[in-house]
Design a protein around this ligand. Structure first.
Ligand code: PMP
Length: 282
């Protein structure tokens, strides 16, 4: 397989990373994941914009223009002949003897990208999944798509140990987001989701969903809801690049609605599929 190592397409075996890379020692970097449908990247501009925003928030200067990065990633997908799958990329602050403060003089950031093949999880989309409430113990800059994912890792592990697909994190009573997804409840024909502040990642799929709600005439209130309100919702679902719109039919021991993906959720899924189809025809 071919990967990107800084601005070069190379074989995986050629890549040499330092044990003093700050990504390795401090999680000092940011990343993105973009879905590839039928050879095209979905919402690529939004993902690249967020990558630059995340990097800027931690004072990493990406040494390429957005257009150049877009082309590099596109060439990688072509080189690996990815039809359906993902492209992952990350940048770290670079390599320097271990010390917490930023290295002086500034190090060269290290960029890595690779692709993965993968088909859509149709069964989850159709049947829905179970989720588990997990206390949100992460830091207060969850808006940054940081390589520091320990809180997210522990939350997902707790969910999977309990036989659940995803964790629903909450700070005290307030539901924030999943371990790698955003969360939504629908009650009496209104969709509720946590506002985009420092406590959640501003999901790209979430942005698409906000536009789809307008398209299908579903009212949205971007207000946080509690765990108690969550289990009383008529419908519940999660969203992410890989999980798209995945219905949640059970949280811990509580069945949501009638235990099946809800009407509005299905409409959103259909509208989402239409967006993906449009991409293929471009
Ligand atoms: N929240 C977190 C913590 C995530 O890791 C992700 C996945 N990137 C999301 C939300 C969903 O974001 P997106 O729709 O951009 O994949």
């Amino acid at each position: 397989t071919t990967m990107l190592w800084n601005d070069r397409l190379v074989k995986k075996e050629e890549i040499k990373l330092s044990i003093e890379d700050r990504g390795y020692q401090f999680g000092d970097g940011v990343y993105e994941v973009i879905k590839v449908y039928n050879g095209s990247m979905f919402t690529v501009t939004e993902h690249i914009d967020r990558f630059y925003e995340s990097a800027e928030k931690i004072n990493i200067v990406i040494p390429y223009t957005k257009d150049v990065l877009h082309k590099m990633v596109y060439d990688l997908i072509e080189a690996n002949e990815i039809v359906n799958g993902y492209v992952y990329f990350q940048i770290t602050r670079g390599s320097s003897p271990r010390a917490h403060a930023f290295p002086q003089p500034t190090t060269e950031p290290v960029f890595i990208a690779y692709t993965m093949k993968g088909e859509r999880s149709i069964e989850n989309f159709e049947k829905g999944v179970k989720a588990k409430f997990v206390e949100d113990i992460r830091w207060l800059r969850c808006d940054i798509k940081s390589l520091n994912l320990l809180g997210n890792v522990l939350a997902k592990e707790a969910a999977q140990q309990a036989g659940c697909y995803e964790a629903i994190q909450h700070r005290g009573e307030i539901v924030t987001e999943g371990s790698s997804s955003n969360m939504y409840g629908i009650k009496d024909g209104v969709l509720y989701t946590h506002p985009t502040n420092n406590l959640i990642l501003h999901g790209i799929t979430r942005r698409v969903i906000m536009s789809l709600c307008e398209e299908i005439g579903l009212s949205v209130i971007e207000e946080a809801f509690t765990t108690e309100q969550a289990i009383d919702m008529d419908e519940f679902f999660m969203s992410s690049t890989s999980s798209e719109i995945t219905p949640i039919i059970q949280i811990d021991d509580s069945i949501i609605g009638n235990g099946k993906p809800g009407e509005w959720t299905r409409k959103l899924q259909a509208a989402f599929d239409a967006r993906v189809q449009q991409l293929g025809s471009l």
